[in-house]
Write a protein that binds this ligand. Structure first.
Ligand SMILES: NC(=O)c1ccc[n+]([C@@H]2O[C@H](COP(=O)([O-])OP(=O)(O)OC[C@H]3O[C@@H](n4cnc5c(N)ncnc54)[C@H](OP(=O)(O)O)[C@@H]3O)[C@@H](O)[C@H]2O)c1
Length: 296
């Protein structure tokens, strides 16, 4: 099948995403749905992955109706390495190509570092780090054959500084950032861009689906932790597409997020002092069972 997408991707230099093939993980809701929507608006053909089959189908039907693009769904547990690899193979088989991979699926875990259940932590690493790594490795093989492409890893501002009572989640995002930076340098010669997206608090169901891993509240889930209103996911989606077109290295969504990261890097003693206060506040909320988070 000789299609538009079989042209060498060449880092998408012509600035047009029309006809490109993109895989988006965690596309059944939240930021993943928003990124898929923004890519569909550009005319991309899409492969959507997540575990919730019904929600995936609903998102796919909406995108096809509104934007007239071909959308395929592949139910996938990204925390299972073989499923993560198969997702990319199936996507490339279906469309004969792959230009963009968005590693967006992710889950949170809350609890003090000394109290976290390590099995919970391992699970979160499988979903947030090892699954995306497996997908990335498979995608690179396809993109090399095609002459280039773009890999997007959705991290967080807490991939830049520690989040009290969110150290396990923070660790997965630091890991993703480390691997992304190395891959960006390594893959330059293959015309493959690696883009790191670092959202701050975003208005999704993220905290409701995150695990609480503390004694007495093991594996608690389904609570709303968010402190205040985050940005709407559509903003993250649109900014992500802009970053793909420009081949940006690292992206923040708001000025506030950028300022927080700047402070953490340049005023570490002050930042640590502030974190101690945030920890006290968050610990009290977790103990009361009305936990609130500052950012994800
Ligand atoms: N919301 C925030 O404030 C925020 C801030 C910074 C970064 N982020 C990051 O943004 C990304 C998206 O989060 P979100 O806010 O959109 O959260 P969300 O609303 O909870 O969506 C998470 C998505 O990931 C999928 N997912 C979870 N576990 C999965 C698994 N094992 N296999 C496949 N898919 C899985 C979910 O689908 P299924 O349940 O159907 O599988 C869902 O589509 C995450 O990487 C998160 O760390 C979020």
């Amino acid at each position: 099948m000789m299609t538009d997408s079989r042209r060498p991707a060449k880092r998408l230099e012509d600035n047009s995403l029309k006809g490109r093939v993109a895989v988006v993980t965690g596309a059944s809701r939240g930021i993943g749905t928003a990124i898929a929507e923004a890519l569909a608006e550009e005319g991309c053909r899409l492969v959507l992955a997540a575990r919730s089959v019904d929600r995936l189908e609903e998102v796919a039907a909406n995108l096809t109706r509104r934007h007239g693009v071909e959308v395929v769904t592949i139910p996938t547990d990204i925390g299972d390495e073989s499923q993560a690899r198969r997702l990319i193979e199936s996507a490339a088989d279906h469309f004969g190509s792959l230009d963009i991979l968005v590693n967006n699926a992710g889950v949170g875990i809350y609890g003090a570092v000394d109290e976290l259940h390590l099995d919970d932590l391992r699970h979160v690493f499988e979903v947030n780090f090892f699954g995306p790594m497996a997908a990335l490795q498979e995608a690179v093989r396809v993109m090399r054959r095609n002459g280039g492409g773009t890999l997007v890893n959705v991290s967080s501002i807490v991939g830049k500084f520690p989040q009290p009572l969110g150290g396990g989640y923070t660790a997965t995002k630091f890991a993703l950032q480390g691997a992304s930076g190395a891959a960006r340098a390594e893959l330059k010669r293959d015309n493959i861009d690696v883009v790191l997206i670092c959202p701050g608090l975003t208005d999704t169901e993220f905290s409701e689906h995150s695990r609480i891993s503390v004694p007495g509240a093991e594996h608690r889930q389904g609570e709303r932790h968010s402190l205040g209103q985050g940005v709407e996911p559509g903003r993250v989606g649109r900014r992500t597409v802009k970053a793909i077109k420009r081949g940006e290295r690292e992206v923040y969504i708001t000025l506030f997020d950028r300022a927080l990261v700047w402070t953490a890097i340049h005023l570490p003693a002050f930042f640590h002092w502030a974190l101690v206060y945030v920890t006290r506040y968050r610990r009290r909320r977790f103990e009361e069972g009305t936990a609130e988070g500052d950012s994800h």
